[in-house]
Design a protein around this ligand. Structure first.
Ligand SMILES: [Ca+2]
Ligand SMILES: [Ca+2]
Length: 190
């Protein structure tokens, strides 16, 4: 069973991925992220950089749909996502869970470690917020929380730790809750 906090975070995550806010996740949502990133980084349509960016996002969709057992042209509803996350990610097999969180970590690095130095800088993290159209004003605070050793970079281990907290922690104060911005919009700002 998911706790209310865990469920809120999963709903937020779904809404972040649901680029066109149609209430379902499908390939187009993932390809739109690739297009957004290409615009952000100045990759022109038809160039190798542009194609590579779209390909990485197509790969992310392929991974996601395989994971939740969907075919390429189908979609996932929020109920399917919550049920899947509950049974597999949150309360399922540890091996699958580890596989999932490591996959999310690698995908974020593949897409957003633009200079390839093995760290996510604040600017690269802001790109993630822009690509997914997450409210930018939460990015700096989220970055500071995820940067555990405060060297102004998010390492693979720091990101993995944040992803694990995002998916599983039931602690309202957990740093990883902030990974994809603010998840509980009705709360008063502190
Ligand atoms: Ca980097
Ligand atoms: Ca760091």
């Amino acid at each position: 069973m998911l706790t209310p906090l865990q469920k809120k975070k999963l709903v937020h995550y779904f809404n972040v991925l649901d680029f066109d806010k149609s209430g379902t996740l499908e390939k187009a949502d993932f390809l739109n992220i690739g297009e957004n990133l290409s615009i952000l980084w100045g990759f022109k349509e038809g160039t190798p950089e542009y194609e590579a960016s779209i390909d990485r996002c197509r790969g992310t969709w392929a991974g996601f749909r395989n994971f939740i057992g969907k075919s390429d042209e189908s979609h996932a509803t929020i109920e399917e996502w919550i049920q899947f996350a509950d049974q597999v990610v949150m309360n399922g097999d540890e091996e699958l869970y580890e596989k999932h969180v490591n996959k999310v970590m690698r995908e974020i690095f593949n897409l957003f470690d633009l200079d390839g130095d093995g760290y996510i800088s604040l600017n690269e993290y802001i790109d993630l917020f822009m690509a997914y159209r997450i409210e930018i004003r939460y990015s700096a605070r989220a970055f500071t929380k995820l940067d555990l050793n405060q060297d102004d970079l998010i390492s693979r281990d720091e990101l993995l730790s944040g992803i694990k907290e995002f998916f599983r922690s039931d602690d309202r104060e957990a740093a990883g809750n902030w990974l994809f911005g603010f998840w509980e919009t009705y709360l008063k700002e502190d």
